[in-house]
Design a protein around this ligand. Structure first.
Ligand SMILES: [Zn+2]
Length: 354
């Protein structure tokens, strides 16, 4: 093991640095990982550009990255289920307390949860990183490190589809064809959705969605009203969708999502935008459209690994760019410009394979 731990550290808005940090020592129930593949998320870029998301503010230097997979190189004395050499996917959210939310299985809602690269907690865009062993999941040989890293965004799709009650035969509207809209599409199809409409402003993104199995890509033109768009969704499907997954956070798109959803259907809000938003609340209320929030995910890694191992979902086409860790700045710039879908950083200098 080398003595240096090259890491991508955000100091303040706009000030992202590659620097060496100490190699951490795993605690009793932790493992030390040699990181292999880490995806760059929109939230990483948002922290880099703005230094905050909502009430989470970067007040001291923080390592970025939370979509990650690596290899176990050292285990704490209390760790029974992992050993050095194991390849694992990392769930970035680790509850700190056995509170009410932990006990009811909704640990994502625990106010004190640790979460990689949400201030003040460090992420895992580094050569070496330690993590709770219980939140590291062994990958079967048939699942690559990059697929393991993509379990994090895939989890957002799994949890959104669960909250939206997508099931066999469902018709689904997905607003936004960025990485989260695309994973929601993959999962909705795998969960048995019969038809999926996906909307976006950008034709190139819709072309990717079509490749990934979208039945009806719907290009939104500026100036179209939410009611007009909702009508188009209904025309494509023959009736209104049972479930809508809103992944943009844009006010007009949330309005479209409400008008489009079938009476008695479910709308989940995945995209984050303004604190205050004007929505057609009466339309939702009198048609019993349930509007549900989503905060990250919980209990998704085992399902995601099973889906990847059985080839029920194919996330590999999502990776469009790869950079060695040393070129993290170019990688972040590529993500900021919205080029491609998912940018992967390759943290192991001796193994840059997928
Ligand atoms: Zn993310």
């Amino acid at each position: 093991m080398d003595k240096e731990n090259l890491s991508v550290v955000l100091h303040s808005p706009g000030d992202l640095r590659l620097e060496h940090r100490p190699i951490p020592e795993p605690g009793t129930n932790e493992v030390l990982l040699q990181m292999h593949s880490v995806g760059i998320c929109g939230s990483d870029v948002h922290y880099w550009q703005h230094g905050r998301i909502g009430s989470y503010e970067v007040k001291k230097p923080m390592v970025l990255g939370h979509e990650a997979a690596g290899r176990v190189i050292k285990v704490g004395s209390g760790v029974k289920h992992l050993q050095p050499g194991d390849r694992v996917a990392i769930e970035p959210g680790v509850p700190r307390e056995m509170d009410e939310f932990f006990k009811t299985g909704r640990y994502n809602l625990s106010p004190t949860i640790f979460f990689c690269a949400t201030p003040p907690d460090d992420g895992n865009l580094s050569r070496y990183y330690k993590h709770s062993a219980n939140f590291c999941y062994k990958l079967p040989d048939s699942v690559t490190f990059e697929e393991g890293a993509l379990i994090e965004p895939l989890s957002v799709g799994i949890y959104a589809c669960r909250r939206a009650q997508v099931t066999l035969g469902s018709t689904v509207l997905i607003c936004g064809a960025g990485p989260i809209g695309l994973v929601s599409l993959l999962v909705a199809k795998a969960m048995g959705a019969s038809q999926v409409v996906i909307s976006d402003l950008i034709a190139e993104r819709l072309a990717v969605a079509k490749e990934l199995g979208a039945d009806f890509p719907l290009q939104v033109k500026r100036g179209e009203t939410p009611e007009e768009l909702a009508k188009k969704v209904e025309q494509h499907l023959g009736s209104q969708p049972h479930a809508t997954i809103e992944c943009t956070g844009v006010e007009s798109s949330i309005q479209t999502a409400i008008y489009a959803t079938r009476p008695g259907g479910v709308l989940v809000l995945v995209g984050l935008g303004s604190e205050m938003v004007t929505i057609p609340l009466l339309s939702a209320a009198v048609r019993e459209v349930d509007i549900r929030g989503v905060f990250r995910y919980c209990n998704t890694w085992p399902m995601a690994i099973a889906m990847l191992a059985s080839k029920q979902v194919n996330v590999k086409p999502l990776v469009t760019h790869r950079f060695p860790l040393e070129q993290a700045m170019q990688a972040f710039e590529t993500t900021r410009q919205g080029l491609g879908v998912k940018v992967m950083l390759k943290c192991d200098p001796n193994d840059q394979n997928p």
